[in-house]
Write a protein that binds this ligand. Sequence first.
Ligand code: HEM
Length: 235
Amino acid sequence: MIFRKKNVTFHTKSFKIAIAFGAVAAILQPLSGDLSAKGAAQRQPAKLAAMEAHFHTEPYSKLLIGGIPDTVNKKVNYGIELPGLLSFLVHDDFKTPVNGLDKIPQKDQPNVPVTHYAFQLMVAIGMFLLAIGLLYFFALWKKREWLNKNWFLKLFIAATPLGFIAVEAGWTVTEVGRQPWIIQGVMRTSEAVTPMPGIHYSFYLFTLIYFTLSLAVVFLLSRQIKMVPELYDHN
Ligand code: HEM
């Protein structure tokens, strides 16, 4: 709305509240992500290895950026590898090997490409949000004129759906990455499938309820935004 120059005063105020929370969260997110990854390395090494498409246990374990995992030949194509950095993130030193997929029996491994792509997507979005969070505070501090520039606003427009996409990607990492276990090392997902008949009907019902709620949210929010000129703003 600020970009479209509609009710700028009102939307600038609401943007400021949202971005103050959003930018602080975006700066803290990689720190919380680092803790999550350390936890996964300890409790779910197969998940961490799949996230990183880390096939081979070796000293100076590499942190992988991007890349296409080749699960047949157990290698990664087109990725950027940073030697020692995965060891450092997991063990706080550059040399100690991080357990790779070679330490985990094939039947106990999750789907590597799905876990890896979802993780890369989440981290890429996290880094972008971190960058624009820092940029926002820099603009507040030194370059106030940027706050109304089109290129600056476009960055935040682009960021609007990204948080949601990262949430879905993160959830995919968690859920796909823990397969085939529903309780790590104790019970397999296949053993936990309920034999109850007709269970899919409650799934359809919940889908319908959430779909209806989503429509209601979209309707209420758009009505709220349309009411802004009458209620608050005269620009
Ligand atoms: C910036 C770097 C980030 C790192 C290093 C990171 C790291 C991680 C890791 C390691 C997990 C798996 C945890 C586990 O299953 O044990 C995870 C899950 C998750 N992440 Fe991220 N993340 C990052 C950014 C983000 C962002 C920007 C969002 C959302 C805006 C996000 C949302 C999530 C969600 C929703 C989960 C699933 C949590 C659950 O279901 O338990 N992450 N993240």
